[in-house]
Write a protein that binds this ligand. Structure first.
Ligand code: NAD
Ligand code: MG
Length: 399
């Protein structure tokens, strides 16, 4: 059984909370900035970081009165500095500067919304100083698993999930009665290809894969939703976040994305969290935790929706689900390999170098091919991750 036993409570001082947003220019980042703009009195912004979009980053930082804006791409430092000239916002650039931003003690809450393994070191910097980490970056937990949760315990950090399914579970999970939990059910929309045949899926383009029916998201997670690798990553994420065993985490396709996930108890009760599909609800929950704050999400009208439907996931058309579960069962570095190979394959698909079905096919071959070492330290994570990336690139180059 994995997972964090119970969240450490923050002492509520009533003062505005300092917030740092890692990846403020992305989909989750922009939703977070929107909430901060609407609730200015409750927060002060310590730092915002982005990868390349300096115009948006500077605009956000000036608008929110951030102390610091960091662009990861060092070549854009001059541009960022020019955009911030005459304001009180400090500029910085480079990967280390992103990590340093996460380490600044002024960020009581760090929203970890960088996409992919690039978010690992900055998230760790926040974890190690005991910050409250609003975690959107699921790849971090999948890749570093037990190493990450150990760092959370040692740093006395608090992880509040932002992923909508995990936020739902967090909201209804009775941490002080974890042994009364019989099952956790992660709901899945099924993505844009839920009703497509394998033949149809083979011909799908990046534009079709990123057109999600319910959620508006960044390109990588949109492709992950189309392959359903996203739900596979979320299975592993749930295993690390909550004290549940792998066989007790179930995946259920629910195309309307209204029930965000559920927890079943031994007495037959099932507790669920519902809402309109808008990431500002789980982000607001994490920003205000353990309180609540208003979010502009569409109020849920079940009468208008009328029907909620459910179906079992199809692991033949969506093998990524099987691969993720097998990786979790194999343990050690297997989820690290799964995550790294998937990141490489999704990038290759978006660049038109491989077809849609090649994503899971290649990930499977990378998992089968290589030795999977134990995951004792962060160095192991980086070594296994780097090796899997090389092997995935080689398979893609040969295909
Ligand atoms: P996105 O691509 O829209 O944004 C990613 C952010 O990370 C951007 O600010 C980008 O500038 C930054 N970034 C990218 N590469 C970087 C690098 N090498 N160094 C520093 N910064 C870098 O992605 P997103 O959809 O907002 O997703 C972010 C994370 O949240 C992902 O891990 C995703 O799985 C998770 N998540 C997203 C959603 C959603 O609705 N978008 C829902 C649940 C979980
Ligand atoms: Mg999710």
């Amino acid at each position: 059984m994995a997972g964090i036993e119970s969240p450490h409570l923050l002492a509520g001082t009533g003062a505005p909370r300092g917030v740092t947003v890692l990846g403020s220019t992305g989909s989750i980042g922009c939703s977070t900035v929107d909430l901060l703009e609407r609730n200015r009195g409750a927060f002060r912004v310590e730092a915002l970081t982005g990868n390349r979009n300096v115009e948006l980053l500077a605009k956000q930082a000036i608008d929110l009165g951030a102390k610091l804006a960091v662009v990861a791409d060092e070549g854009l430092y001059g541009q960022l500095k020019d955009l911030l000239a005459g304001t009180s916002v400090e500029a910085a650039a480079g990967d280390q500067a992103v990590i340093d931003a996460a380490a600044r003690p002024g960020g009581d809450i760090v929203v970890a919304s960088i996409v992919g393994t690039a978010g690992l070191r900055p998230t760790l910097a926040a974890v190690r100083r005991g910050a409250l980490v609003a975690l959107a970056n699921k790849e971090t937990l999948v890749s570093a698993g037990a190493v990450m949760t150990r760092e959370v315990e040692q740093g006395r950090a608090t992880l509040i999930p932002v992923d909508s399914e995990h936020s739902a579970i967090f909201q209804v999970f009775e941490f002080d009665r974890a042994d009364a939990v019989s099952k956790v059910t992660l709901t899945a929309s099924g993505g844009p290809f839920r009703e497509k045949s394998l033949d149809e899926m083979a011909a799908m383009t990046p534009a079709q894969a990123v057109a999600h029916p319910n959620w508006s998201m960044g390109a990588k997670i949109s492709v992950d939703s189309a392959t359903m690798m996203n739900k596979g990553l979320e299975l592993i994420e749930a295993f690390h976040l909550f004290p549940v065993d792998e066989p007790d985490i179930e995946i259920l396709v629910h195309p309307q994305s209204v029930i965000h996930s559920m927890v079943s108890y031994v007495d037959g009760s099932v507790l669920a969290q519902l809402g309109s599909p808008d990431m500002r609800t789980p982000i607001a929950y994490a920003l205000a935790w353990p309180k609540r704050m208003p979010a502009p999400s569409q109020p849920l009208s079940l009468a208008d929706i009328g029907t909620l439907t459910f179906e079992a996931p199809d692991t033949v058309r969506f093998p990524a689900l099987r691969l993720a579960r097998e990786s979790l069962i194999a343990g050690g570095g297997a989820p690290t390999v799964l995550n790294a190979a998937n990141e490489v394959c999704v990038a290759a698909f978006l660049e038109g170098r491989i077809g849609f079905l090649d994503i899971a096919r290649t990930v499977e071959r990378v998992l089968e091919d290589g030795p999977v070492g134990a995951l004792g330290s962060l160095d192991d994570v980086f070594a296994i991750d780097a090796d899997a990336r090389v092997r995935a690139e080689l398979l893609i180059a040969r295909s």
